[in-house]
Ligand binder design. Structure first.
Ligand code: IVH
Length: 706
């Protein structure tokens, strides 16, 4: 523990005092500033290192703002190790190179149990020991960093570079919240230390960042590793801060005392060294490392992790095995490339090469034609891959892919396999360029491509492939949510000629269904119940279930709120749509086009006669909110996990109080309500400075005040 239980109680009580009163009596400004720094450091450690905060994000934010305000008022009291200095200036910078105190070596690799047994034999020979204790820990897949602390302060951070010299990235590293800007090394007799670690991004946060980048029209980041390594090297520290980078420390590389003598031996071994670093506030692979008495135990632990690597929130590409005892490490020594006392055990590759055999074209529910590469089946991180999406024509062109090419494929994190590149060096000249078709592969209608879209589309709404895909979507969870009616069933009924369009879903003959192989009275009855239930779905679901291009859930809801009956949309003009905030001309045109097609109207009328609800239910209508409602005219967004209610219920409350729920943090957002473990949305809102940040309780107090 870095803080004793008593200390923690005190820090907690002091935090509450600052939160309630905004100041603490009997201490001067310098002391207040120091106390606030101590509190913020403590709460950052609870949050980022332990993942177990004791105050809400909002309360943390209040403390942080108090400190920032004091520092702004008394600039003389500002110090570079203040937690407010993590968010660095917007100054851009060129990197200088710096020499590492000790060269950063690589690791030798092993790939199987046999390699590890050999490694153990060599270590025992070099040390003349019967038995060796090893420490095994994850091999993080991110960007390596070397940190220099002098007199307890973080004074320099560098990338690995060429091992001898790296790039000075100190301002960026300062934004990494798992790195203490100050750590009490002196208490343990150290004056100058160098630590090594890996900067990483959690897989879920990586996906979230990309979602946000997509919303903002920015290019997507390739994978967590590149995003972390790239984030370390951006010229703009605020960009590093945006990526929520964390750093695991896994090596105490160098440590001298105040007379300049090596002091590392005082710790005796790697395991204890990491425990000390943990007590000093660093993030170490605490729950993922193990001391092993034999190489068999090492092998078991490696296998265990290979099996569960996907469930770990961070990307790892293997394990690292280290001789625990520093004196024995010394006896093993190093080569110019790697230490002889450590070795990496690499998990089975997530990259592989295979041959691109041919390309198939799939037609989706709105007619988009997606090319899919069929490749020679190959093992990739434990699964057999034989088809890989090529997304669109530009992807094929940009990568210059050809039939017969040897391609490098990859599966990173939980991401689906994709083609990294073709290996042009291996071309024989026999490869055939891929010609994107100009006619629909199913109905042979000429394909069209809009200027601002990447996909070629089949414009024929009656195209058999589209009709089938639309029915598959219609029954799915995201649309009418017909329990037990999956894509296999749609395909089967379609082949039998029972389903020609969506309306047919509601006039199935259940006696015939019951007679099908694999069915029976009971399952036919259940299917009927599900279909009957779907007839009562609110019209916003019905609208979005129609597969009108670009008409998603949100736009469907906005439009549904304004109509009494779905068929009223026949009479809607462009302006009626554009009067709704957040409905743009593209969606509007698509809905207008849909309701101008007689077949579509006929289909909806048939559905209604079969009992499908096309009418606005009373409770779905937006409530009239008066101008003096507590949140009248405000936009609001919820982030993080709410404790007292679900997000949907909270959004409903907000609407009743006059607010409008929106989905992204931008200049348009008035209020952000933060639940527990709020992530990048909170950071972004803080950065904008224009968003009012509320805790869940504060939000409730406001809406209940009405
Ligand atoms: S120890 C002298 N431990 O792997 C050996 N390295 O190929 C120092 N890495 O660039 C490395 N996780 O960034 C060590 N638990 C771990 C590691 C680890 C990831 C990276 C490190 C280095 C590379 C070595």
């Amino acid at each position: 523990m870095m803080y004793s239980p008593e200390q923690q109680k005190k820090l907690y009580a002091l935090s509450k005092e600052y939160l309630e009163k905004g100041e603490v009596g009997g201490v001067d400004m310098q002391q207040q500033i120091e106390q606030l720094r101590e509190l913020i450091n403590y709460h950052e450690w609870r949050y980022y290192v332990l993942n177990d905060p004791v105050i809400s994000d909002y309360e943390y934010d209040v403390l942080y703002k108090q400190l920032a305000a004091h520092e702004a008022e008394y600039p003389d009291l500002k110090t570079p190790d203040s937690p407010t200095q993590r968010v660095s200036s917007d100054l851009t910078q060129e990197f200088e190179t710096v020499t590492h105190l000790v060269p950063m070596l690589s690791l030798d690799n092993s790939y199987n149990a046999g390699d590890l047994v050999k490694f153990d034999e060599q270590v025992r020979k070099l040390t003349a020991r019967e038995k060796i204790e090893y420490v095994v820990e994850p091999k993080f897949d991110g960007g390596s960093i070397a940190l220099l602390y002098d007199h307890d302060k973080l004074v320099r951070a560098a990338t690995r570079g060429n091992g001898e010299r790296g790039e000075d990235i100190t301002p960026n590293a300062r934004t990494i919240k798992t790195l203490p800007l100050r750590a009490a090394f002196k208490k343990f007799g150290f004056q100058t230390v160098e630590l090594r670690g890996e900067a990483v991004i959690r897989k879920d946060i990586f996906l979230q960042i990309n979602e946000e980048r997509e919303e903002q029209g920015l290019t997507l980041l390739a994978n967590p590793r590149n995003s972390a390594a790239g984030g370390l090297r951006t010229k703009d520290p605020s960009e590093t801060a945006k990526r929520s980078i964390e750093a695991f420390i896994f090596q105490f590389g160098y440590g001298i005392d105040n007379s300049g003598k090596n002091h590392l031996d005082s710790l005796q071994n790697h395991y204890d060294a990491l425990q000390m670093l943990s007590r000093l506030g660093f993030k170490i692979p605490a729950g993922q490392m193990k001391r092993c008495k034999t190489i068999d135990e090492v092998i078991d632990f490696c296998n265990e992790w290979e099996g569960k690597r996907e469930t770990f929130p961070y990307e790892i590409d293997g394990m690292v095995i280290k001789v625990n005892d520093f004196a024995l490490q010394e006896m093993c020594g190093t080569t110019s490339h790697h230490p002889r006392w450590a070795i990496a055990y690499k998990f089975k590759a997530k990259q592989a090469t295979t041959k691109l055999l041919h390309v198939e074209y799939q037609v989706g529910k709105v007619g988009s034609v997606t090319p899919v590469a069929k490749v020679q089946p190959v093992q990739l991180a434990g699964v057999t891959v034989s088809s890989i999406s090529l997304h669109n024509e530009d992807f094929i062109k940009n990568k210059d892919l050809r039939i017969g090419d040897t391609v490098l494929i990859e599966r990173a994190g939980d991401v689906i396999p994709y083609i990294v590149k073709s290996m042009d060096d291996l071309r024989t000249g026999e490869e055939i360029p891929i010609n994107f078709p100009n006619h629909c592969p199913v109905c042979h209608t000429p394909l069209v491509r809009h200027e601002d879209e990447a996909a070629w589309r089949c414009p024929n709404m009656q195209c058999a492939a589209q009709v089938k895909q639309r029915m598959i979507f219609h029954v799915s969870k995201d649309a009418m949510d017909i329990d037990g009616f999956g894509h296999k069933l749609v395909e089967r009924f379609y082949e039998l000629g029972w389903l020609k369009n969506i309306a047919d879903i509601y006039r199935l003959d259940y006696e015939k269904v019951a007679a099908l192989e694999g069915f029976g009275e009971k399952s036919a009855e259940n299917l009927k119940k599900s279909v009957e239930a779907a007839k009562h779905q609110p019209i916003q679901r019905l609208l979005s279930s129609l597969s009108i291009h670009h008409l998603g859930k949100r736009a469907s809801k906005l439009i549904a709120e304004k109509v009494a009956h779905v068929l009223d949309l026949r009479d809607w003009k462009l302006d009626d749509f554009l009067d709704i905030k957040d409905i743009g001309p593209v969606v509007a045109e698509n809905v207008i086009d849909f309701f101008a097609v007689p077949e579509n109207i006929r289909m909806l009328e048939e559905m209604e006669s079969l009992g499908v609800n096309l009418k606005q239910a009373e409770e779905d209508k937006p409530q009239e909110v008066s101008a003096d409602a507590p949140l009248a005219g405000m936009t609001i967004l919820f982030t993080g996990t709410l404790q007292q209610m679900g997000r949907k219920a909270a959004q409903k409350l907000a609407e009743e109080a006059g607010a409008k729920n929106i989905s992204a943090v931008s200049g348009n957002l008035d209020i952000l309500v933060v639940g527990e473990k709020a992530g990048s949305k909170l950071t972004k809102a803080q950065k904008l400075g224009t968003v009012r940040i509320l805790s869940e309780q504060e939000f409730l107090d406001i809406v209940n005040s009405a």
